[in-house]
Design a protein around this ligand. Structure first.
Ligand code: IMP
Ligand code: MG
Length: 179
């Protein structure tokens, strides 16, 4: 990790312990049920890999990739599906796994699409939540950490596709993107 560019917010050890707890809660909530866990690419890939290994109910995984329409500064909340699911979700317990919920617009749109496919249940697990930025009434069911409005990288989250491999949850130094 380049510590001139980032500051550690939650260490690798802290995140590991938190995901263990989340896995235990999810395991309890889906007792004697089956799960279809859907990761939203690419940001969720590390969180997803760690979380599913802490969930102890029969599960299958799938991935979805979405991208926002139009300019990134004016989020319309409308997303284009770049990669759709491989499986039908009808009648299934679906758990969406997302890296971070910011305005909530992306997740809101994904949930709208998925609800039309008649899952039995639809819940959201996110590693990070920035509630102060919310523009929708999206409330994740499982939240790793609720954080202030800062730009986060590491643990799957990127800035211009970099830093995803950093093992800790880090705050990106504004000097990196303000130059
Ligand atoms: P939303 O539609 O505003 O909730 O957008 C959420 C998406 O924006 C996340 O899935 C991330 O890909 C990205 N995002 C939002 N905040 C951050 C951040 O602090 N670091 C990295 N990506 C972020
Ligand atoms: Mg994302």
């Amino acid at each position: 990790m380049n510590l001139d560019q980032v500051r550690v917010l939650y260490s690798e050890e802290e995140v590991k312990a938190r995901i263990q707890q989340m896995g235990e809660i999810i395991t309890r909530d889906y007792y004697e049920e089956e799960l279809l866990v859907i990761g939203i690419l690419k940001g969720a890939f590390i969180f997803m890999a760690d979380l599913v290994r802490k969930i102890d109910v029969p599960l299958r995984i799938d991935f979805m990739d979405v991208s926002s329409y139009g300019s990134s500064t004016i989020s319309s909340g409308e997303v284009r599906i770049m990669k759709d699911l491989d499986y039908s979700i009808e009648g299934k317990n679906v758990l969406i796994v997302e890296d971070i919920v910011d305005t909530g617009l992306t997740l809101n749109y994904i949930c709208e699409i998925l609800r039309k496919r008649n899952p039995k249940t639809l819940r959201i697990a996110c590693l990070l939540d920035k509630p102060s930025r919310r523009k929708t009434d999206t409330v994740p069911d499982y939240i790793g950490y609720s954080i202030a409005d800062e730009f986060i990288v590491g643990y799957g989250l990127d800035y211009a596709e970099y830093y995803r491999e950093y093992p800790a949850i880090c705050i990106l130094n504004p000097s990196v993107y303000e130059k």
